[in-house]
Design a protein around this ligand. Structure first.
Ligand SMILES: Cc1cc2nc3c(=O)[nH]c(=O)nc-3n(C[C@H](O)[C@H](O)[C@H](O)COP(=O)(O)O)c2cc1C
Length: 189
């Protein structure tokens, strides 16, 4: 069982990172092998809509997304974590998500080669916003959940939390517990 964590904040050891680590600790306790990818340390260009991948299932852009794509294919579950930036996900997370195009054909169906590995994948999400209303993160949930619904993957649910200063989320016992439980769920078929 492999659980992959995708960290979308440029603030290493910030709130999204802490909650993702907590989720991965939960997954580990449930017996999974875990790995975290920090998107800000990778080179991931934006999708160019060249449509080459729709035909051949290989992205024309040669950057770090190729290795991440392999890890996605290999994982049983993926937990994404992003702070809210201007009412949506960070640019790092958006560039990553747009590059998921490589998995689809021109009709937004899974590429045949990827279908067996992608169809049963479990996807979870963590959002952190500075606003006291955690629903400020709703647009991020909408993006990820809609992707999961469209492709019939399994939605693990989301942990939505509020914190502003770096690391403050560690004092939020409820969010820390919810993230841990999300990780355990990700590791449970
Ligand atoms: C560029 C930028 C834009 C932000 N936009 C919002 C926003 O629209 N709504 C909000 O509630 N918080 C916003 N925030 C605050 C962050 O979501 C908040 O500080 C969060 O805890 C950061 O998480 P991190 O420690 O994982 O980076 C913004 C922060 C930055 C740096």
């Amino acid at each position: 069982m492999k659980v992959l964590g995708i960290m979308g904040s440029p603030r290493i050891e910030g709130n999204s990172d802490i909650l993702l680590s907590q989720a991965l600790a939960g997954a580990k306790e449930a017996g999974a092998d875990v790995e975290k990818i920090i998107l800000d340390r990778k080179h991931i260009a934006g999708c160019k809509d060249c449509k080459k991948c729709n035909k051949i299932g290989v992205c024309a852009i040669k950057d770090d997304m190729a290795e991440i794509q392999e890890k996605i294919l290999d994982a049983d579950a993926i937990i994404h974590s992003s702070p809210v930036y201007f009412w949506t996900m960070t640019s790092q997370m958006k560039a990553y998500l747009d590059r998921w195009c490589v998995f689809f054909d021109a009709q937004w169906r899974w590429q045949k080669d990827y279908y067996p590995k992608m169809r049963s994948k479990r996807i979870g999400l963590i959002t952190v916003c500075g606003d006291t209303n955690v629903h400020t993160g709703d647009p991020i949930v909408h993006s990820f959940k809609s992707t999961v619904d469209m492709t019939k993957m399994q939605w693990l649910g989301s942990v939505m939390a509020s914190a502003d200063d770096k690391g403050d989320i560690a004092n939020n016992e409820t969010a820390m517990q919810q993230a841990f439980e999300l990780g355990k769920k990700a590791a449970t078929p």
